[in-house]
Design a protein around this ligand. Structure first.
Ligand code: P53
Length: 478
C-alpha cells in the first residue's frame, strides 16, 4: 500500500524562460530573462541594459521547447507524469506588460501546450510569474517598486485565468517570492521584483525590496480572489523557496540568529497564508521606515486573498553562525552563513540534505496548516554521454530517492498533507542562477552546451526509467 494518496501529482517542473526559447516568436516581448547573460558557478549572470550585440543570452533559445513541446510532452507521458509544472511567459501574453489587449498568438501557444498535456491525462500546474517580468515594466516603471505594476500583473493574471479556466486547475502566483530576502543579490531582486542595482542605491535596496514585495503580495491576494471568482474549483497557491536555516550548534546565540533569519525569510508565506504580516516584520519595517505605502484596503485584500496551498521548492538547507555578529544588528542576510560539516555538497556547492526536506514539510505544516505541494527538488550535475549515447546518472537517482524517502516519511509518519511532487528540470534546461546548460537536472538529456552549440536532440538518461517506475508504483519502488 502506497503511503501517498490516490491521485498524488507526480510530474516534473520547468519555467517558460528556461526552456521555451523562441524569444521573439509569436509577438513575444523582451523579459528580464532575455537580458541576462550566461554566468558560471561563482560568476553572476550580467543583467544588461536591453539586449546587447555580442553577448551570450542562453534563454533566447532555451532548449527550443517552443517548437519541440509535442515531442517533450510525449516523453513526459511515457514516464507516466500526472502533472507538468511550467509557467506562462508574461511577455508572450503582454509583450511590454502595459498593453490593453493581450497577444493572441501567445495565448494560442499555451492553449496548444495545455491541450497536448491533456491528450495524455497530464494536468498543467501553472506559475504566473516565474522570473519573467516584461523588461519594459522594469525600464519604464521600476518593476514592482511601482504600485501601478499591480494592475499590469492583474491584467495578465485575469486574462490567463479566463482563457484557461477549463484547462488549468492548479496555479501559483509568484515563483520563489522569498528569494529577494537576500536583497544583496541582484539576480534575486531583479527576477522577483524587477529591481536593478543600477536604479537603486546600495543603501536603499532593502527598503525597495520590502515595498516591492508588499505590492507583489497584494497582487497575489487579488489574483487569488479574482481567480476563485472566475472558477471556484481553482487551487491557487503561493510558491516559496524553502531553505531552512539551521543554527550551527546549540549555542543560544546561534539559535536566536537562525530564528531571526527564518523570520526575515518566511514572512512572505506568512502573508500569503495568514493574510497578515507577522509581528516581527511589522516591528522591523516600523523601526527601519520600510514599506511606507500600505493602505487599509491593502490589508483587507491580503486577508481576502489567502492561498489554497503552499507550493515550495526544496534543494538544500543553510547553516548560520553568530561569530563576530551582533545578532540584533543589521547585517547582510547571507553574511552569517557557514559550512555545515555534516553535509556533502553538489558540484555547484549546494549542500545535500534530504532530512531537511522532511523537517521543512513538518515546519510548514505546523506553521500554516495547509496542503503542501513540492514543485521543485533536484540535483544540478554534469552528465557524461557515453560512446553508445547512454547516460548513467546514479547520483541523480540517489539524490531524488533520498528526498522521496524523506517526503514519504513526512506523509506517513508525520501526517503532512502533500499534493504532489514535481522534480525540477525534468528535461535539461538553462540554469536560472548561472545560465549554464551544463548544470543539468533532467531525466531527459538535451544536446546543447554552455556556448549554445549542439543538435538540441533529446535522449533518455538512466534516471528516466527509474522515475517511470517510481511513478508507476506511486512511490513504493524506489
Ligand atoms: P539553478 C537559487 C536558489 C534556489 C533555487 O536553480 C533557485 C535559485 C535561483 O537560481 O531557483 C529555483 O537553475 C528556480 C528555478 C531554478 C531552480 O531553482 O540556479 O525556481 O527557476 O532553475 C534551480 O540551478
Amino acid at each position: 500500500m502506497s503511503k501517498l494518496k490516490d491521485g498524488f501529482l507526480w510530474g516534473g517542473a520547468v519555467a517558460a524562460h528556461q526552456l521555451e526559447g523562441g524569444w521573439q516568436e509569436g509577438g513575444k516581448g523582451v523579459s528580464v530573462a532575455d537580458v541576462m547573460t550566461a554566468g558560471a558557478n561563482g560568476v553572476p549572470r550580467e543583467i544588461t541594459d536591453g539586449v546587447l550585440p555580442g553577448k551570450n543570452y542562453p534563454n533566447h533559445e532555451g532548449i527550443d521547447f517552443y517548437h519541440r513541446y509535442k515531442e517533450d510532452v510525449k516523453l513526459f507521458a511515457e514516464m507516466g507524469f500526472k502533472c507538468f509544472r511550467t509557467s506562462i511567459a508574461w511577455t508572450r501574453i503582454f509583450p511590454n506588460g502595459d498593453e490593453k489587449e493581450p497577444n493572441e498568438a501567445g495565448l494560442r501557444f499555451y492553449d496548444d501546450l495545455f491541450d497536448e498535456c491533456h491528450k495524455y491525462g497530464i494536468e498543467p500546474v501553472i506559475t504566473l510569474a516565474h522570473f519573467e517580468m516584461p523588461y519594459h515594466l522594469i525600464k519604464e516603471y521600476g518593476g514592482f517598486t511601482n504600485r501601478k505594476v499591480i494592475d499590469f500583473y492583474m491584467n495578465f493574471a485575469e486574462v490567463c485565468f479566463k482563457r484557461y479556466k477549463d484547462k488549468v486547475k492548479y496555479w501559483m502566483t509568484f515563483n520563489e517570492i522569498d528569494n529577494q530576502s537576500n536583497f544583496d543579490s541582484e539576480f534575486s531582486v531583479a527576477t522577483n521584483s524587477g529591481i536593478l542595482f543600477s536604479n537603486v542605491k546600495k543603501e536603499d535596496r532593502e527598503a525597495a525590496m520590502y515595498q516591492a514585495a508588499h505590492y507583489e503580495l497584494v497582487a497575489s491576494a487579488k489574483a487569488v480572489k479574482v481567480g476563485h471568482e472566475i472558477n471556484p474549483d481553482f487551487e491557487i497557491g503561493c510558491m516559496i523557496n524553502m531553505t531552512p536555516i539551521y543554527p550551527y550548534n546549540a549555542d543560544p546565540k546561534n539559535i536566536m540568529l537562525a530564528e531571526r533569519l527564518m523570520q526575515r525569510r518566511y514572512w512572505f508565506s506568512d502573508v500569503h497564508a495568514n493574510g497578515v504580516y507577522p509581528n516581527n516584520i511589522e516591528a522591523y519595517v516600523t523601526r527601519k521606515g520600510y514599506r511606507k505605502d500600505i493602505t487599509d484596503e491593502d490589508r483587507e485584500i491580503l486577508k481576502q486573498g489567502t492561498v489554497d496551498y503552499i507550493g515550495l521548492s526544496y534543494y538544500n538547507s543553510m547553516t548560520v553562525k553568530a561569530d563576530g555578529i551582533d545578532i540584533d544588528g543589521d547585517f547582510s542576510p547571507e553574511a552569517p552563513v557557514t559550512k555545515n560539516e555534516t553535509l556533502k555538497t553538489s558540484e555547484w556547492d549546494w549542500p545535500i540534505d534530504p532530512v531537511g526536506l522532511r523537517y521543512s514539510l513538518n515546519w510548514l505544516t505546523d506553521r500554516y496548516h495547509l496542503p503542501l505541494f513540492i514543485v521543485e527538488n533536484g540535483l544540478g550535475a554534469r552528465d557524461k554521454v557515453e560512446a553508445d549515447g547512454s547516460i548513467h546518472d546514479p547520483y541523480r537517482v540517489d539524490y531524488l530517492r533520498a528526498h522521496i524517502e524523506q517526503m514519504e516519511k513526512a506523509v506517513d509518519l508525520d501526517g503532512v498533507d502533500l499534493m504532489g511532487y514535481t522534480p525540477w528540470g525534468c528535461i535539461d534546461l538553462v540554469s536560472a542562477g548561472t545560465g549554464q546548460m551544463s548544470k543539468r537536472y533532467g531525466f531527459i538529456y538535451v544536446d546543447k552546451d554552455d556556448d549554445g552549440k549542439g543538435t538540441f536532440n533529446r535522449s533518455k538518461k538512466d534516471s528516466f526509467d527509474w522515475y517511470k517506475k517510481v511513478i508507476a508504483s506511486n512511490g513504493e519502488d524506489l
